[in-house]
Design a protein around this ligand. Structure first.
Ligand code: ADP
Ligand code: MG
Length: 494
């Protein structure tokens, strides 16, 4: 095999832009060879494994015939020792043509480097382009690749308390989030865990990041780990599979604030939950702040043990509600201003009136209009806005109620509306009832308990079960999927 000469190295995925803080920088040729090998390692072992195990390694000492690599945790060092060391050694030998001794050590300074990386990532990023109707994009920041284990996602620099517009619907959540940030800064996490829940696009992630920014500013050097629940589960399951929960706990050792977003996706085996439960307890006991978000309250979470549910709800649990029209208008004004776009008040009003359920949609609509206006140079009139947002308006200009849903579903499935409330469990009424519950969750802003009550006083777990059943049936049962689609269209006036 041949490697690129060091003189013409392309930027390699694992090459750190800056040297490991506080550690002796290895300048020996083996260290350089190590950097040169990075791309090859990634191709050889695959990006996921490379990112998990090899990218985190940093050369800290090198001399003729010996190279010392530092790993951020004992677990990574051990894993590399056991799984990769012989191959790495052979590769290095084939590059240098001499015998090589490879040593692995654990570098406690990596903990620092993690903090520094984190801070580096908090530098203001360039203005992002407006994405028409698209999801929020994180700014591109060239960050030192972090060990996959240790890395969370970056905090979005726009998601600060300053940028959060408050109104009746969210001022309590806002104040609570500020309270949490203040308590952490004072070194006394008071509301632990802080559990923020509510529908999609209502600002949960925004507030979570805002806590991170506030603490970061007030207390530089604090270690914040922000993970999606997918990232969390991935790391967790991997750790369990590798029988290395020790390593997993170690991962959190230097973390002052753990943030996990959208934990409704955390579910699964009891053993996983057990470990999560323990890790979680340890963090709280050690005075570390845990911040969680979900689309529903702790007790409405499905597939999670009661004990864990009650633990999750044992701190401060707050719901973010959909903003009322006045707040929607204020949000739009703020966003238009931050885009530097002078939008006619009638157009803002129109958006605030028609797009009611979700701030993300509101933002998307605004972005789309701004992009359109900038591209075409056409003056943005209410008529033009209507035209450009036809798809969004159509969905939102009709408020769908649970009663509408029950009626339309009953008609579609040829059952009586009263069967929606009745205790009858025969398949021919139970299935349509489940469809109606599913649609109630999809098309209205009502909570699971609310929906349960509207269906003859059923429990929220019944509603959750119905939603899950229908969700899993849709891809498998095209007849049912078509019926649901039809009812949905009728309900939305499409
Ligand atoms: P969630 O996590 O609840 O699904 P996000 O926090 O991702 O929602 O919010 C969706 C978008 O709406 C984000 O771009 C966020 O900045 C914006 N947003 C939500 N609520 C507000 C608010 N009150 N003020 C300003 N922007 C908001
Ligand atoms: Mg979110």
């Amino acid at each position: 095999m041949s490697y690129l000469p060091t003189a013409s190295l392309p930027p390699t995925p694992g090459s750190a832009p800056q040297a490991l803080a506080g550690s002796p920088v290895a300048t020996g040729s083996l260290a350089v060879q190590w950097q040169a090998l990075q791309q090859h390692l990634e191709t050889t072992f695959g990006s996921a494994d490379y990112a998990a195990w090899l990218a985190p390694l940093k050369p800290v000492a090198a001399s003729a015939g010996s190279l010392t690599l530092a790993a951020p945790t004992a677990f990574i060092a051990q894993w590399v020792e056991g799984h990769y060391a012989p191959q790495l050694q052979t590769m290095l030998e084939s590059v240098t043509g001499t015998p090589v001794t490879l040593t692995l050590q654990v570098a406690p300074q990596f903990a620092q480097s993690f903090t520094q990386n984190f801070q580096a990532q908090q530098q203001p990023a360039q203005q992002r382009p407006a994405v028409a109707g698209g999801p929020a994009l994180l700014p591109e920041v060239a960050a030192e690749p972090q060990p996959e284990w240790l890395s969370g996602s970056r905090l979005d620099p726009r998601y600060t308390f300053d940028q959060f517009v408050t109104g009746k619907s969210n001022q309590f959540a806002f104040a609570a989030a500020q309270g949490v940030a203040g308590a952490v800064q004072a070194g006394q996490p008071a509301f632990n865990p802080f559990f923020l829940h509510g529908g999609v696009g209502l600002g949960k992630t925004h507030l979570m990041h805002a806590i991170g920014h506030a603490v970061q500013n007030g207390k530089p050097g604090v270690n914040i780990l922000y993970l999606s629940s997918e990232q969390f589960m991935y790391k967790f399951i991997k750790a369990l599979k590798d029988k290395s929960t020790l390593g997993f706990k170690e991962l959190f050792r230097n973390v002052d604030i753990l943030m996990i977003d959208d934990i409704q996706f955390i579910a699964g085996k009891d053993s996983t939950q057990e470990e999560f439960f323990h890790t979680f307890n340890v963090l709280v006991q050690e005075g570390k702040q845990v911040v969680l978000t979900a689309d529903r309250s702790p007790h409405e979470l499905a597939n999670i043990e009661d004990r864990l549910k009650s633990r999750l709800g044992s701190g401060l649990t707050i719901e973010v509600h959909a903003p009322e029209e006045e707040t929607r208008l204020a949000i739009l004004q703020a966003k238009a201003e931050s885009l530097g776009f002078d939008m006619a008040p009638q157009v803002l009003q129109l958006l605030a009136q028609h797009i009611a359920s979700n701030v993300r949609e509101l933002e998307g609509a605004l972005n789309r209009l701004v992009a359109y206006a900038r591209l075409t140079g056409e003056p943005l009139t209410p008529e033009l806005a209507r035209e450009q947002l036809r798809d969004l308006f159509r969905v939102y200009n009709r408020v769908v109620t649970i009663e509408d849903i029950q009626q339309k579903v009953a008609t579609q499935f040829n059952i009586r509306v009263s069967d929606m409330h009745s205790p009858r469990r025969a398949r021919e009424v139970a299935r349509p009832r489940q469809v109606a519950m599913f649609l109630a969750k999809q098309l209205t802003n009502r909570s699971y308990p609310d929906i349960g009550r509207a269906f003859g006083g059923r429990d929220h777990t019944t509603v959750i079960h119905a939603c899950e059943t229908i969700t899993s049936l849709i891809p498998r049962d095209s007849g049912l999927a078509e019926q649901i689609d039809l009812v949905t269209r009728t309900l939305q006036g499409r």
